[in-house]
Design a protein around this ligand. Sequence first.
Ligand SMILES: [Zn+2]
Length: 311
Amino acid sequence: MLALLGLIVVGCGDGGDAASESGVEVVATTTQLADLAANVAGERAAVVGILAPNSDPHEYEPRPSDAESLAGADLVLRSGGDVDLWLDQLIEGAGADAPVLTLIDSVRTVEGGHEEGDEHSEEVDPHWWQDPRNAIAAVEAIRDALIEVDPEGAGDYRANARAYVADLRRLDAGIARCIDRVPPGERKLVTSHDALGYFADRYGIEVIGAAIPALSTQAQASAGETAALVDLIRAEGVAAIFPEAGVSAQLEEAIASETGAQIGGELWADALGPPGSSGATYLGAMAANAATLVDGFTGGRQSCAIDVGAR
Ligand SMILES: [Zn+2]
């Protein structure tokens, strides 16, 4: 049992083992990816997620049980970029030979990064799932990869993907309606790290800054960077600073108290939450984020809820 601790098995009705109709096993790195895959796999294939809910993918240290999962995998799903660079070493160590699908290659990417002194560094932002249209592209790529390894399940995978993509489209439209309730001048986002660039890009939100001014939680803010952010928050009249679930909010709280901004609700940024939480699924997490942002941006004047059904 110890070896299984932390392994999340989703997508199969009985839970706890990797049983499925086809015997096909998919291993996914991040919690978001495991959830997208489970919705395509349905009962036909088992999906094992490497990361546990609420755990930061940027700083993950693989365990021996991860190598065991990989060794038995028929398909490996990687998010791509800084969030699961650790997969390479893990695959090598496990001697795994399953095909690896890197989803960042199937989605529309944007660049992120911050100005540091005179030098402006841009890199591909790895948080692509924060735009539901990218989640749709990822689901379609996962569907095609599953059909490749399990052609007999093609009908199931297509039907599952079609139903889930319809849910993702409803989610996208629902978030857009939510953010429309916030006057454009009040959509000023400050988060723990630079994780919501895609979300901001999709829904017309201005990213003012982040407590950790980087695309990775592994970076640290210098005193000068924090002072500059404090000035910017005051100058822009930012209403709320949003901490991220699973990341310490100490710096955010200090910045809030210095600027008079509120601490907004926690966002589901790089990991989904445990079962029963608002972030237990991708659909739930994104809907919860939209509601949290609307509340924080408007100081509670506006609220919105998105019905994402049972998924
Ligand atoms: Zn991140």
